[in-house]
Write a protein that binds this ligand. Structure first.
Ligand code: SAM
Length: 223
């Protein structure tokens, strides 16, 4: 258990959101029983529940910029991917901060050429790898690494972010994405706390959001 990280997170919530929000966060994190989501019942996987970062084994100093684990809703992700209007078979899907890998399972099923998840919490990366094996998702891999160090592969990309980290890490990710020798690029960003960084990047422009999933903001490459 990382008490220093827990204290930092609580202080930040207190400062940014006030006492009531901090209390709600503590109750949610201490009292949350592992939820067996409908997705897991159908697929025999383990992707549910909340996992605060202070409970996990993370070797990176960027833990202080990270957000707890909470999975994306399958239907929201499918809506966002369909909204791209692309043939996904030529694309690589990348989830930076993939947690237990629910998005990777969905993306593999939707026919992406390659699916990559990056997760810095050892326990979550192990669960994600196990989930991929259980579902025999052979086009997908999980890298146990810090997203700030991830170098994007060549070719057409869909980058997925579920509000995984704050500006200092996102800035490094954006620098790597800008430098990537990529073809067409999309970024799907759920609950986009740092949307302004993408809006002012100079190489991305707004693509919109699916009507059924307004939390899913989408950008596309424009340079
Ligand atoms: C809100 S969860 C999203 C999980 C998954 N992307 C999904 O949508 O189902 C954010 C995840 O980002 C991970 N994370 C935060 N900062 C990270 C970093 N610098 N490198 C890798 N993973 C990170 C957390 O451990 C957590 O699992």
């Amino acid at each position: 258990m990382n008490i220093e990280l827990l204290t930092r997170k609580l202080m930040r919530t207190l400062r940014d959101d006030g006492v009531a929000a901090a209390c709600r966060r503590v109750v949610a994190q201490l009292g949350d029983p592992p939820e067996v989501a409908d997705f897991d019942r159908r697929h025999g996987t383990d992707t549910g529940g909340l996992a605060p970062l202070w409970r996990l084994s993370i070797g990176s100093p960027n833990a202080r910029h990270g957000e707890r684990y909470e999975a994306t809703d399958e239907h929201e992700l499918v809506a966002a991917l369909e909204f791209l209007g692309e043939n996904l078979r030529g694309y690589t899907f990348i989830d930076l901060g993939c947690g237990k890998g629910r998005t990777l399972l969905v993306a593999a099923r939707m026919g992406f050429a390659q699916v990559i998840g990056v997760e810095f919490a050892r326990e979550l990366a192990e669960i994600a790898t196990d989930n991929l094996h259980r579902q025999q998702a052979s086009t997908a891999i999980v890298l146990h690494a810090d997203a700030a160090d991830f170098v994007f592969p060549h070719g057409d990309l869909v980058l997925y972010l579920y509000n995984p980290f704050s500006e200092p890490v996102l800035q490094q990710v954006m620098d790597h994405l800008r430098a990537a020798d990529a073809g067409r690029r999309y970024v799907i960003y759920k609950r986009p706390r740092c949307a302004a960084m993408l809006d002012t990047s100079g190489f991305l422009e707004r693509h919109g959001h699916p009507p059924s999933a307004p939390q899913m903001a989408i950008w596309r490459g424009c340079a």
